[in-house]
Every structure is written in structure tokens, then in C-alpha cells.
Design a protein around this ligand. Structure first.
Ligand SMILES: Cc1ncc(COP(=O)(O)O)c(C=O)c1O
Length: 418
């Protein structure tokens, strides 16, 4: 049966294949430390209880009809106040758009800015930009990044590709690496964008930045989130921010996201989200509007949540540093933000006890699943080549104890390789 060219060419997710393998082993009764999903185990990390009460309360008050297309005004007011308090960003309510999680805002940004064939630049590894390019017939350019830059793109990496591009999709803290932009790095990228836009003629589309800061509230230690407009106020007309409640309140199933940017772009995005019907459910909007104003409970929740996530990430980071010190061909990059850790397992070309050669990162991963009962996601699922032996570990569904227990299993599995 024929379907559209778009539907025919959509790529499946590599993560789903890994999930299939894990489920197969679980069916056989095996326990796997599942570090693959960018989500939370809700029994370990429930949403804030005030948010739960607020949602139930909103249903009891029959807040169950259509919300306005850009989100209820009290929520846009709360988001404006929250962004001002947390990041010093000054937003009018008509520069803010609410949707059912942040994904529709990302898609609406692409749809509002991209014509077929337009160039979109994004770093590799990064999350899902290749799919949004496919959905909008964009010419996606995945710009490789380097471990010595913590896999964050630099102005120098981007410069050769910037002429004539329409969108630069950035994310910090970054999924899949858990690393972040430093101030100077992002300033240099903003300057590059401003410089490029000065060359564009009147009536030509400028180069926009999609700035995904969905993990911005989850930063650790001295690492501070930076954003384009705070660093370079003159870039405001060109930046669309992606943000929301999914990650910072472990509320991935609650489906409240927000985005903000120049009013004329947000205005178009509102129509797109409206036609898709991708509003956040109204009771959740009502409850989120209230919860974001509850500064005490927001900060109590975040400090506990962050310290537990950081604990898990540090346990894994240290475990891999110890393996490295013992001579294993592994590495890890210091956790900075989000719920992810970047791990290196440089074992391509090695031979398993049953005589199989591990050809690439996918083979290494499946070996670890079977032998160490630990599942990671190779960076190839985020747009790098299969030869890149770096992996994402996500700690939202495991606690620090479970993570500590898996290190000796990884060690034993790696020791068996020749
Ligand atoms: C970088 C990034 N942006 C956006 C999202 C989407 O979040 P939501 O669940 O709010 O749609 C995710 C989810 O994994 C993400 O990792």
C-alpha cells in the first residue's frame, strides 16, 4: 500500500530497537539496569505533590473545556514571572506559547520558519533534529562536535555551514551528553549569527536560533545555564526558546511545555499548534500556573530532585573514572546538567568470549546488555556515525544504588573481551 513520501522516508528510532532487546531479556526474567530512556521512573521521581493536588482540583472545578490556542493567560503570566526569576528574561505574555509538552513547540518552530530545502544546522550528537528536518523537508546539516569541547558545538565548528542557513538548532544542557555551553562559547555563536544576519538583505529570512533549554533548571555544581538573549540582547528577534515542565518536575506525562520568542513568529506558531490541536490539557495548565508561583515548593522540590539525580550521575561518572584508572578503555565526561552522562567504551574490534567481533557502538551496546545487564544508547542514535564509541546514560529510571551495583558487572564484561 502506498503512503506519502514523507511517511515512507520517516526513520525509526534506534532507541526502540534497544528497548526491544531489553524487553526480550526481561521476558526471560533478567534484571537490566535500563539507562536508555530520557524519562523518569515515577515511583522513584514522582511529580511535585502540590502539582498533583492542583491538577485534581482543576478537574473537580470542571476546567475541562478548550483552552485558548496560546495557553491560558494565568499560565503565560506565571511562565513570564518564572523565566524572569530564574534567568532574568523579560517576556510579554504575547511572546509565550503553551503546548502539550515542548515537542509541538519545536515542530511549530520548524514549520513557522522552514521552507522545503532550507538549511537547518544542528550539532551531532543532538536530539531529534534529523526527524524534524525530515518532517519539514529541510536540508539538515549535522555538524560533528568533539569530546574535547564536551560535544558542544563551537562557533568555529558552525562557521563553514552558516552562510544562507535558516535555522540553527541548539540545546543546553544537551540531550544526549549532559554537558552545557559556557558563556564565551555561546557568545561567540551568537556573534556569528548576528554577523550572518547583517549580510542578509531586506525581505530575506534571517538565520534563527532554536534554543532548547528544557533541562536548564537541572544544572549541577558551579555550572550555570546561559542563554542567547541574556548574553546578547540584540539577538532577541532571532531566538525561539523551547522550555517546559517535563524534565524539571519529572512531569513528562503531564504534557505542559512552553516556548517564547519574537511575537510575529510566536503568533504563527500559535496558529500551527492550534491547527494541530496540540494544546496542553486545560486542568494541567491551571495547576501549572499555580504551581510555578509557589516559589517555596518549587525550590524544595528542585533541590531534592537535583541532588538525587546528581548523586546518580556522579556515582556513574566516578565508577567509569575508576575503571579508566584501572586500565579499561573507557571514559566519562563530568556531569554538568540534565539527566544524562556521556560515557566512552572504546571496544570496537574486540572479540567476545563466543568469538564475535564487536564492529561498532551498537554491537558494544548489545554486548553490554547481554553480558553486564546494562543498557545505554550509542551516540549513533543521536546522529553521529556508528564508529563513534560514545554513549548516553540516562539516570531517570535508576537510583544511585542500582547504578553503583552495575559498575562491577560492566567491569567483568569488559574484562572478558580480547
Ligand atoms: C532536548 C529535549 N527537548 C525537548 C524534549 C521534549 O520534551 P516534552 O516531553 O516536553 O515534549 C526532550 C525530551 O526528551 C528533550 O530531550
Amino acid at each position: 500500500m502506498s503512503v506519502s513520501r514523507l511517511a515512507q522516508h520517516l526513520k525509526g528510532s534506534e532507541i526502540i530497537k534497544i528497548a526491544g532487546e531489553i524487553n526480550e531479556l526481561k521476558k526471560q526474567g533478567q534484571q537490566i539496569a535500563n539507562l536508555t530512556i530520557g524519562d523518569f521512573d515515577a515511583s522513584l521521581f514522582p511529580i511535585p505533590e502540590q502539582l498533583t493536588f492542583g491538577i485534581k482540583d482543576a478537574y473537580d472545578q470542571h476546567q475541562t473545556n478548550y483552552p485558548p490556542a496560546d495557553g491560558i493567560l494565568p499560565l503565560r503570566e506565571s511562565v513570564s514571572a518564572f523565566m524572569n526569576k530564574e534567568f532574568g528574561l523579560k517576556l510579554n505574555t504575547n511572546e509565550i506559547l503553551i503546548s502539550s509538552g515542548s515537542r509541538p513547540i519545536i515542530y511549530a518552530t520548524y514549520l513557522a520558519l522552514i521552507d522545503p530545502g532550507d538549511t537547518v544546522l544542528f550539532p551531532a550528537p543532538s536530539w531529534n533534529n534529523n526527524h524534524y528536518c525530515d518532517l519539514t523537508s529541510a536540508k539538515g546539516i549535522a555538524v560533528p562536535t568533539k569530546p574535547e569541547n564536551n560535544f558542544m558545538p563551537t562557533a568555529e565548528d558552525l562557521r563553514p555551514h552558516i552562510a544562507g542557513a535558516t535555522l540553527l538548532a541548539l540545546c543546553s544542557p544537551l540531550n544526549p551528553t549532559g554537558t552545557m555551553f559556557g558563556k564565551q562559547n555561546l557568545e561567540e555563536i551568537c556573534d556569528l549569527v548576528l554577523e550572518e544576519n547583517r549580510t542578509r538583505k531586506a525581505g530575506e529570512k534571517p538565520l534563527y536560533i532554536l534554543y532548547d533549554q528544557i533541562y536548564a533548571m537541572l544544572t549541577f555544581g558551579d555550572h550555570q545555564h546561559v542563554d542567547p538573549v541574556s548574553l546578547r540582547p540584540e539577538i532577541k528577534d532571532y531566538v525561539i526558546y523551547i522550555d517546559g515542565a517535563s524534565k524539571c518536575f519529572a512531569a513528562t506525562g503531564v504534557r505542559v511545555g512552553w516556548g517564547f520568542g519574537p511575537e510575529y513568529v510566536i503568533d504563527k506558531m500559535r496558529s500551527i499548534v492550534g491547527h494541530m490541536g496540540a494544546w496542553a490539557p486545560k486542568p494541567e495548565q491551571v495547576a501549572m500556573a499555580k504551581f510555578l508561583q509557589d516559589a517555596d515548593n518549587v525550590s524544595k522540590y528542585l533541590s531534592n530532585f537535583k541532588s538525587r539525580i546528581q548523586d546518580s550521575l556522579n556515582t556513574l561518572y566516578q565508577g567509569f573514572q575508576e575503571l579508566k584508572a584501572e586500565g579499561f578503555a573507557v571514559d566519562s565526561i563530568e556531569p554538568m546538567g540534565a539527566i544524562y552522562l556521556t560515557l566512552k567504551l572504546d571496544y570496537a574490534g574486540k572479540i567476545t568470549p563466543d568469538g564475535k567481533v564487536l564492529q561498532n557502538s551498537a554491537d558494544i551496546n548489545f554486548y553490554l546488555i547481554k553480558e553486564a545487564k546494562v543498557a545505554l544508547v550509542p551516540f549513533s542514535a543521536f546522529g553521529t556515525g556508528h564508529e563513534v564509541n560514545w554513549f548516553r546514560a540516562s539516570v531517570g529510571a535508576c537510583d544511585a544504588e542500582e547504578i553503583a551495583a552495575m559498575i562491577p558487572r560492566v567491569k567483568a564484561a569488559l574484562a572478558k573481551l580480547k
